[in-house]
Design a protein around this ligand. Structure first.
Ligand code: B12
Ligand code: SF4
Length: 447
C-alpha cells in the first residue's frame, strides 16, 4: 500500500456522500475519487445507492458533521441541489461540492477537477479560520463571491496520493449490486475492479472536459503501484476484470508496453487469470503490433477507439486530430493481433447536417469495427464547445441532466438537424451496430 498526502488532524468531522444519480438501470459509478480524497482528509463515506437512502435520510445521516462533501457530475445536478437544500434545512454543516460539475450547484465551496491537495488545504483553512489560506486555494469557488475555476496545477507524483483502500470504499458491496461491466464484447462479465493508472490528456477535443479537469500533461503512477493495486483487487476482492478507467492508457507506448510486460510476468509468476479493459478508449496513433500483442497477452480482449464521426467537416470542428483511413488500418491491426475492435461515435455535433450523419453511418457500415456505440451530442459545461454555445446564445448556462442516449433529454439540437432526424439516425444505426458477434471466449488463445 502507498501512503498518501495527509491534511493532518484538523478536528473537523468530515463526511463524503456519493449522492443520488450515480446509479441507473444497468449501471453504477464507483466513487474511486473518494478513495484518494480520504487519503488526504480523514472522513466517513456514505453512498446513497448502496445504503438505499433517499435525500431526506441522507441529509439526516450528514447531521453532526462539520463538513459534508458531495460529488457532482453532469448526471446528478438536480438530486444534489435537492440534497443541499435538505442539509441546509437540517443543520449548519459546511457544504463542499467537488467533481466535474461542482461549479453548477449552490454549495458553500466548490472544487472542480483534481482536488486531493486542495481539499486538504480547504479543510485546514476552514478549521483554522484563516481567510488568507482560503484565498490561496487555486480555483476555489466560494458561494456568492467567487466562481469555481479549473485548477492549472496538478499533482506531479501520482503515487504520493496513496493507494485506494477498496475495502473502505466497500467494493464488494458494489459488485454485489451489479458493478461489473464496461467491456463491450465480453458475454460473461467477470467481477470488475477499477484502476486509474494515469491522469491527463494532451489533446483538445472540443466536447471533452478531461484535459481541463486533470490537465494536459500525461502523469503516470509507477508500474509497481499499479501491480500492487491489481494484486489487492485480485487477492482481496476476487476481481477478474481489471478496468483501467484512464482517458488514454496507451498514450506513452513505451511505458504501456512495460506495463503490459509487467502484467504478463505477474500473471505467470502467480498463475493469475484476469482480463483487462480500457473502456473509455485509447488513442489510435501509438498502437503498434508489438503493443497490441502485449495487450492481448496481458488480458485485453478488445480495444476501444473513438473516431466519433465519419464526417471530415465534423471531425475538424471537434478538433479531433485524427485520420479515418489510419483508424481503419488500426482496426485491421487490432484484428490481426486477435482482439476485437469497438468504435465510439457521436451524432448531432454543432453545425452537423443530414449529410454529416450519412457520412457517419456510411463510415460505420464500411468499417470493420466489431461493434459501434453511437451517442448523441450533449454539451458538457467547462468544455470549449459548451462555452461557444453559451457565448452565441444557443444554450443557456443552466444546470441540466447530461444524457447521451435519449433525444428528448438533449439540451441542444443543432439547427441543421432535429430531434426527429437524430431519433431516425439512432433507429437506423444502433440496432445494426453489432457487426460481428465475436465474443471474448471465442478468441484464439494469446500467443
Ligand atoms: C472513468 C470515467 C467514467 C467511468 C466511471 C467509472 C466509475 N468510477 O465507476 C464510466 C465509463 C462508467 C463513465 C461514465 C460516464 N461518464 Co465519465 N468519465 C470517466 C473519467 C475518464 C475519469 C473519472 C474518474 O474516475 N477519475 C478518477 C478519480 C480519481 O477522479 P474523479 O472521480 O474525477 O475525482 C476527483 C475530482 O473530480 C474530485 N472530486 C470528485 N468528487 C468530489 C467531491 C468532493 C467533495 C471534492 C472536494 C472533490 C471531488 O476529487 C477527486 C480526486 O482528485 C472522466 C474524465 C476525466 N479524466 O476525469 C470522465 C467524465 C467524468 N465522465 C463524463 C461523463 C459525461 C460520463 C457519462 C455521463 C457519459 C455517458 N455516456 O453517459 C457517464 C455516466 C454514466 C452513465 N451511464 O450515465 C464527463 C463528466 C462531465 C460532467 N461535467 O459531468 C467526464 C469529465 C468526461 C468528459 N466527457 O468530459 N465515466
Ligand atoms: S476525448 Fe479523449 S483524446 Fe480527446 S481530449 Fe478527451 S480524453 Fe483527450
Amino acid at each position: 500500500m502507498y501512503g498518501g498526502i495527509r491534511g493532518g488532524v484538523s478536528g473537523m468531522r468530515v463526511i463524503l456522500v456519493w449522492p443520488a444519480g450515480m446509479r441507473g438501470g444497468d449501471w453504477m459509478l464507483f466513487p474511486l475519487g473518494y478513495g484518494f480524497l480520504r487519503n488526504a482528509v480523514p472522513c466517513d463515506i456514505v453512498d446513497s445507492s448502496l445504503a438505499d437512502l433517499d435525500n431526506d435520510r441522507l441529509a439526516e445521516r450528514c447531521r453532526g458533521y462539520d463538513v459534508v462533501g458531495i460529488s457532482v457530475w453532469g448526471i446528478n445536478i438536480a438530486p444534489v441541489e435537492d440534497l443541499i437544500a435538505r442539509i441546509r434545512a437540517n443543520s449548519d454543516s459546511i457544504i463542499i461540492a467537488g467533481g466535474p460539475a461542482a461549479g453548477q450547484v449552490d454549495a458553500d465551496y466548490a472544487l472542480v477537477g483534481e482536488a486531493e491537495t486542495r481539499f486538504a488545504a480547504l479543510i485546514a483553512a476552514l478549521a483554522s479560520g484563516d481567510e488568507n489560506a482560503l484565498a490561496a486555494i487555486e480555483g476555489l469557488g466560494i458561494r456568492g463571491r467567487v466562481k469555481a475555476l479549473m485548477p492549472r496545477t496538478h499533482t506531479a507524483d501520482l503515487d504520493s496520493l496513496g493507494s485506494v483502500d477498496y475495502d473502505a470504499l466497500k467494493l464488494g458491496a458494489y459488485i454485489a449490486h451489479g458493478y461489473k461491466y464496461w467491456m463491450y464484447s465480453l458475454k460473461d462479465k467477470a467481477p470488475t475492479g477499477p484502476i486509474m493508472a494515469t491522469r491527463g490528456c494532451p489533446y483538445h477535443c472540443n466536447f471533452c472536459a478531461g484535459p481541463k479537469l486533470q490537465g494536459t500533461k500525461l502523469r503516470k503512477h509507477s508500474i509497481g503501484y499499479i501491480l500492487d493495486a491489481i494484486e489487492t483487487l485480485y487477492d482481496k476482492h476476487g476481481i477478474r476484470q481489471i478496468s483501467f478507467l484512464d482517458d488514454n492508457l496507451t498514450l506513452d507506448a513505451r511505458w504501456a508496453k512495460e506495463l503490459c510486460e509487467a502484467i504478463v510476468a505477474l500473471k505467470q509468476r502467480r498463475r493469475m487469470e484476469f482480463v483487462c479493459t480500457t473502456s473509455n478508449g485509447v488513442r489510435y496513433k501509438t498502437l503498434d503490433k508489438e503493443l497490441l500483442l502485449l495487450m492481448r497477452r496481458a488480458g485485453w480482449g478488445e480495444i476501444v477507439l473513438a473516431p466519433e464521426s465519419g464526417s471530415l467537416r465534423t471531425l475538424e470542428r471537434m478538433c479531433k486530430q485524427l485520420d479515418l483511413d489510419m483508424i481503419s488500418r488500426k482496426v485491421d491491426l487490432i484484428h490481426q493481433c486477435g482482439l476485437n475492435a469497438v468504435g465510439f461515435f457521436m451524432a448531432g455535433y454543432p453545425g452537423e447536417e443530414p449529410q454529416d450523419l450519412d457520412d457517419t453511418r456510411d463510415y460505420i457500415r464500411n468499417s470493420r469495427f466489431d461493434r459501434a456505440i453511437v451517442n448523441l451530442f450533449n454539451p458538457i459545461p467547462g468544455t470549449p464547445v459548451y462555452e461557444e454555445l453559451v457565448a452565441s446564445g444557443e444554450i443557456q448556462p443552466r444546470p441540466v441532466r447530461l444524457n447521451y442516449s435519449r433525444v428528448e433529454d438533449l439540451q441542444y439540437v443543432t439547427p441543421g438537424l432535429s430531434r426527429e432526424k437524430l431519433a431516425a439516425f439512432q433507429a437506423d444505426v444502433e440496432p445494426k451496430s453489432r457487426f460481428r458477434e465475436m465474443w471474448m471466449k471465442d478468441l484464439p488463445a494469446a500467443a
